[in-house]
Design a protein around this ligand. Structure first.
Ligand code: RB5
Length: 154
């Protein structure tokens, strides 16, 4: 499995630890994030977009985005068609986001959670499987909003 990871300056240390954790699990990691924590000029949309692009283009199976809160970078990732990114600060949400929402990008905030919690979140997320059925219908509705800007509820 190939996973793209991206981060701004706020997430450098967290990113390094998560990359090592993923590699221990045998995951191939594509790191497109910033590696310089002193670079305050880096803008999180660059990395959210970069990760999302790789996933949407099929260059990576999944993506992980890290910024200070996980919010900005996930907002940017979610603007790429086909991307379902969510910010998770707990393993339960991470697991359900895969099982029910088929998220393909996980985001979290390096200034919000510690690295051990982040590892649990990543594990739950990677180990969970999309359940399809009624959940697919809802994903299709999200895709319709993405495609048309509207939802035809009829
Ligand atoms: C950068 O200071 C910070 O704004 C960014 O990492 C992120 O938290 C934005 O959502």
């Amino acid at each position: 499995m190939k996973l793209a990871i991206g981060n701004d300056h706020a997430g450098v240390e967290m990113k390094n630890q998560i990359v090592a954790f993923l590699q221990e699990r045998g995951v191939e990691v594509i790191n497109i994030g910033n590696d310089d924590p002193t670079d305050r000029g880096d803008d999180y949309p660059i990395y959210g977009y970069g990760v999302a692009r790789l996933v949407a283009d099929g260059e990576a199976d999944l993506g992980i985005c890290i910024c200070g809160t996980g919010v900005g970078i996930s907002l940017a990732a979610n603007k790429v068609p086909g991307i379902r990114a969510c910010v998770c600060s707990d393993p339960y949400t991470a697991q359900l986001s895969r099982r029910h929402n088929n998220t393909n990008v996980l985001a979290f905030g390096a200034r919000v959670i510690g690295v051990e919690l982040a590892k649990m979140i990543v594990s739950e997320w990677l180990d969970a499987t999309f359940e399809g059925e009624r959940h697919q219908r809802r994903i299709d509705m999200i895709s319709e909003i993405e495609r048309t800007g509207r939802l035809n509820e009829g």
